[in-house]
Design a protein around this ligand. Structure first.
Ligand SMILES: [Zn+2]
Ligand SMILES: [Zn+2]
Length: 120
């Protein structure tokens, strides 16, 4: 009897990995970053803030602290700024979708350096 290989599970969220290659890993991490980012947004919407967290797609600090004043992304279960909402609509029409892995928050998180290591 052939030994069954254990299913590859993510140690963070314990969901199954769809792919074990690097691209699959990055896409899985992207979903995780979106989930955490959405939690931060939800807390902000609940408590209200004068400085809402930046738009996860473009990084601009023009999101509203009112949930109804932002746009829901067509490609990820998260709110984005209205400018990005329009950009998604235009890109969808042109079939030129911006991959989630190219969103500002992904680039920011994946290239983050320790502030103490940064030189002025
Ligand atoms: Zn995971
Ligand atoms: Zn945006």
């Amino acid at each position: 009897m052939a030994e069954k290989r254990p299913a590859k599970r993510c140690p963070l969220c314990s969901s199954k990995f769809i792919s074990s290659d690097l691209q699959g890993l990055v896409e899985h991490l992207a979903q995780g970053i979106i989930s955490v980012y959405r939690e931060i947004q939800n807390i902000e919407y609940k408590v209200g803030t004068d400085n809402p967290i930046a738009c996860p797609r473009c990084g601009h600090t023009r999101m509203s602290s009112k949930v109804s004043r932002n746009a829901l992304s067509r490609h990820a279960d998260i709110q984005i700024c209205n400018t990005c909402g329009m950009d998604e609509a235009v890109r969808d029409f042109a079939e030129n979708v911006l991959p989630i892995t190219s969103w500002w928050c992904m680039r920011e998180v994946l290239s983050h350096t320790n502030p103490s290591e940064q030189t002025e």
